[in-house]
Design a protein around this ligand. Structure first.
Ligand SMILES: Cc1cc2nc3c(=O)[nH]c(=O)nc-3n(C[C@H](O)[C@H](O)[C@H](O)COP(=O)(O)O)c2cc1C
Length: 202
């Protein structure tokens, strides 16, 4: 597929065919492309938790969904739960503080005030976008979604994730189901180039 078409066709899909697993070679391609993302100081402070078995995926949904939401069995949850593959991208701040304390960078105080923005989340987000684009290129559907702050401790505990890693969200992947619903947020409309771009001066 032409790159421009991949970009144009990328969108979040919220229903999956539960009977069509992601072929292993495509799963690996997503992950291989993820690690091609750029990273500050080539720190590569990221990790990816891959969940494929029914047990692992159910554990994820139980750990990251409040009892109230599970009870309610929201439409969103019912459809998202059908995704045969979940990839949780995690950022690793300590890897950046460590990398930038090395001789060629020299920030040995590891002061977080030196960081204008949290590059660890940015880089992991770039890796996530590469997975979303790769999914489109391979005829798969995907959706990046958030994990509520209150659910992080249970998520860490369920999968033995070290505390110094932060799940920036989760990517559901699979073949699109027939009951996909577009986000109501799309009614806001896409902000145009002329609205968001400032040329030369603000
Ligand atoms: C950081 C981030 C968090 C998001 N969280 C959710 C979410 O929790 N649930 C969801 O259904 N979609 C989530 N989305 C998807 C957005 O709703 C979607 O990207 C936006 O409405 C534009 O639609 P499109 O990506 O299909 O073009 C998230 C997207 C991003 C980038």
């Amino acid at each position: 597929m032409e790159f421009a078409e991949v970009v144009r066709r990328r969108r979040m899909v919220r229903d999956y065919d539960p009977d069509r697993p992601v072929p292993p070679e495509l799963r690996e391609r997503l992950l291989e492309h993820a690690i091609r993302a750029p990273s500050a100081g080539f720190s590569q402070g990221w990790a990816f938790l891959v969940l494929e078995t029914t047990e692992d995926r159910e554990l994820f949904w139980r750990a990251t969904t409040s009892a109230e939401a599970q009870e309610r069995k929201s439409d969103w949850l019912v459809r998202m739960r059908r995704a045969p593959l979940l990839v949780v991208p995690l950022s690793h701040k300590a890897a950046y503080l460590q990398r930038y304390a090395e001789a060629d960078k020299g920030w040995t105080d590891r002061d977080e005030a030196r960081w204008a923005v949290p590059y660890w989340h940015i880089d992991t987000g770039m890796a996530a976008l590469l997975m979303l684009l790769t999914a489109v290129d391979e005829g798969l559907a995907a959706c990046f979604f958030g994990i509520q702050p209150s659910e992080h401790p249970r998520f860490h505990q369920a999968f033995g994730v070290p505390d110094e890693y932060t799940a920036i969200g989760c990517i559901a992947v699979g073949y699109a189901g027939s009951q996909d619903r577009r986000s109501p947020s799309l009614r806001r409309g896409r902000r145009g180039v002329e609205e968001v771009v400032h040329r030369g001066r603000w």
